[in-house]
Design a protein around this ligand. Sequence first.
Ligand code: AMP
Ligand code: FE
Ligand code: FE
Ligand code: ZN
Length: 283
Amino acid sequence: MTRIDLHCHSTASDGTLTPAELVRAGAEAGLDVMAITDHDTTGGWAEAAAARPENLTLVRGAELSCRWFGVEPTIPLHLLAYLFDPGEPRLAADLARLRSDREQRAEKIVELLRADGVDISWPEVSGYAAGGSVGRPHIAQALIRAGLVRTTDEAFASRWLGARYFVPKADLDVFEAVRAVREAGGVAVFAHPNATVRGRIVPDKLIVELADAGLFGLEADHEDHTPEQRAHVRALAGELGLVVTGSSDFHGTHKTVRLGAFTTELSAYGKIVSAATGVPVLG
Ligand code: AMP
Ligand code: FE
Ligand code: FE
Ligand code: ZN
């Protein structure tokens, strides 16, 4: 059996393994195929490629911060983009803008916390991100260090980063993101589309429209989906002719999920690889 995990984070965003450690951990966990999908960056690609064990196939990708502007309030969502050309100017500019906005937003959150006497600082948080895409898990790390919460999960509670000290990101319009990924030769898969535990989700009718706009697949098997939600996403993908993926969304010690906890079928993986023209898989 081929074990395929198409959604993993490294220190290039909010994971805790470096890209080199991530690919080695993937091979050790018995994966045959692993995708590196850091938030809004391809910054981990080169290191992961250089450290790739011979028996591991590497899919280079990213997880794009998007938003559906068709309802009020608007709904944030994540789009996995695979095998796109990182040098394609429009998508590269989109990613750069998302990362710089993440920095400004994290600085704002730190300021709100400091205004309430919380003893953390932007240099500390920025240091945890260490040049990668900054995210709330890095602020959570500072809150843990300051002794205010014990875990990342606790830091995402509503009294901290979940609501009281929440500042939204400036995300990409999801339709424009799907178009940009395709123009860069990539394949777009909607990450954890029914994960109500993460907040509001989009209606199926939006997914129908996204499929028309060039969306390629839906991530059904994910720890944030209940068995019913997994079945629903799978059925919807079937109706729309979209591929179904399953993945761990591994984040190292920022989350408890293990590599390969959910996997993608070989046939779905094959379709993704065949559809992409941006960069090849490695291995
Ligand atoms: P951000 O991208 O800055 O909005 O932060 C959200 C990220 O934090 C997501 O990518 C999650 O992977 C990560 N995260 C880790 N723990 C949690 C949690 N308990 N709730 C929500 N997000 C979490
Ligand atoms: Fe994350
Ligand atoms: Fe995500
Ligand atoms: Zn993710």
